[in-house]
Design a protein around this ligand. Structure first.
Ligand SMILES: Nc1ncnc2c1ncn2[C@@H]1O[C@H](COP(=O)(O)OP(=O)(O)O)[C@@H](O)[C@H]1O
Ligand SMILES: Cc1ncsc1CCOP(=O)(O)O
Ligand SMILES: [Mg+2]
Length: 274
C-alpha cells in the first residue's frame, strides 16, 4: 500500500519536473543577498527561468509577465519591504501564485511583523523551517536564534496546520522530514541528507523550486509543494554520493537536479500521507 502510494507520488513529482523543464516558468525572485546565486542556479538546473527583479519601479511592468513570484525576507531592510508588499499585492490581484520564505521570522519584532503583513497578502505557499513556522503560528518574537532552526520539523506540525488554517496558504515545514499541509491533509517527504543544512540557502533554494512547481499547477499547490521538496531531496541524496563536504555537495546537488531522470524520481521520491 505504502509502496503504491509512494510510486504514485513519484510519478506526480516526475510530471511536475518534466513540465518545469518543458515550460520553463518565469519566476520573479525577491530574495536575500546570500541566496541569490544558489536560488537562480537551482531554478535554472530544474528548467525554470529565474529573474531577480525587485525594484518597485519595475514590478508593475514585470510581475504581470511572470508565472510565479517568490518572496524571501532573509536580508530584509526598510526599503525592500515595500517592494515585497507591492509585488505580492500585484501577484494576488493578478491571480498569480506567490510563495513566501519567512527566513528567521521570530528573530526580531520588525521581521515578525513584516512576515505577518506579507501573509495577509495571501501567499499560495509558505515554506519555512520549524522555528520559523512556530514563530508565525504563535505570532511570537524570540522563538528562534536566527536563520537556522532550533526545533525538529515534527515539533512544528500542529503550528503548520494552524498557520495554514489562519492564512489560507499551503504550509511546508522543512527538516529531516518535510511536512506539507493545507490545514486539513498532511503529507511527509522523507528525502534529503543532513549535510544540506550545512550549505547556506538550501532552504531558500527549495522554496524557489516550490514556486516553479506551483507555477505549473497553481490549483494543486499542496501536491506541487510536496513534489518540489522531495525532488530537491532526491537531488541532495544523489549529490551526496560523490560529494566530499558541503561545498562539493552544493555543486553536486545542482548537477544532480539537472540530470534527474524518470527512474531516479519515481523510485527516489518518498512522500506519504501522515
Ligand atoms: N536532517 C535532514 N535530513 C535530510 N534533509 C534535510 C535535513 N535537514 C534539512 N534537510 C533539507 O535541507 C533543505 C533545507 O531545509 P532546512 O535546513 O530545514 O531549511 P532552512 O535552510 O530554511 O533552515 C530542505 O530541502 C530539507 O528537506
Ligand atoms: C545566513 C543568512 N542570513 C540572512 S539570510 C541567510 C540565508 C538563509 O538561508 P536558509 O534559510 O536557506 O538557510
Ligand atoms: Mg531558511
Amino acid at each position: 500500500m505504502e509502496d503504491g502510494e509512494q510510486r504514485e507520488w513519484g510519478a506526480k513529482a516526475w510530471t511536475y519536473l518534466s513540465s518545469v523543464r518543458s515550460l520553463a516558468p518565469l519566476i520573479q525572485c525577491i530574495t536575500n543577498f546570500v541566496s541569490m546565486d544558489l536560488t537562480a542556479n537551482t531554478l535554472l538546473s530544474a528548467g525554470a527561468s529565474p529573474a531577480m527583479l525587485h525594484s518597485p519601479n519595475e514590478s508593475p511592468d514585470f510581475t504581470p509577465q511572470v508565472n510565479a513570484l517568490y518572496i524571501n525576507v532573509g536580508t530584509l531592510s526598510d526599503n525592500w519591504l515595500p517592494a515585497m508588499e507591492l509585488a505580492a499585492q500585484l501577484a494576488s490581484k493578478l491571480n498569480k501564485p506567490w510563495v513566501l520564505d519567512p527566513v528567521a521570522a521570530g528573530a526580531s519584532r520588525f521581521r515578525l511583523k513584516a512576515c505577518l503583513d506579507l501573509i495577509s497578502l495571501k501567499p499560495t505557499v509558505i515554506r519555512g523551517n520549524a522555528s520559523e513556522i512556530i514563530a508565525l503560528a504563535k505570532a511570537s518574537f524570540a522563538s528562534t536564534k536566527g536563520v537556522d532552526s532550533s526545533h525538529d520539523s515534527t515539533d512544528a506540525v500542529e503550528a503548520a496546520k494552524s498557520l495554514a488554517n489562519s492564512s489560507g496558504a499551503v504550509v511546508a515545514v522543512s527538516g529531516a522530514v518535510d511536512f506539507v499541509t493545507d490545514g486539513n491533509r498532511i503529507v511527509g517527504a522523507r528525502n534529503g541528507v543532513p549535510m544540506m543544512q550545512k550549505i547556506t540557502a538550501t532552504g531558500c533554494a527549495v522554496t524557489a523550486l516550490i514556486a516553479a512547481f506551483v507555477a505549473i499547477d497553481p490549483s494543486h499547490a499542496m501536491e506541487a509543494t510536496a513534489s518540489a521538496l522531495a525532488v530537491f531531496g532526491v537531488a541532495g541524496e544523489l549529490g551526496m554520493e560523490t560529494a566530499r563536504g558541503p561545498a562539493s555537495l552544493r555543486t553536486h546537488l545542482i548537477d544532480s537536479l539537472h540530470g534527474l531522470d524518470q527512474t531516479a524520481v519515481i523510485s527516489g521520491v518518498k512522500i506519504t500521507a501522515i
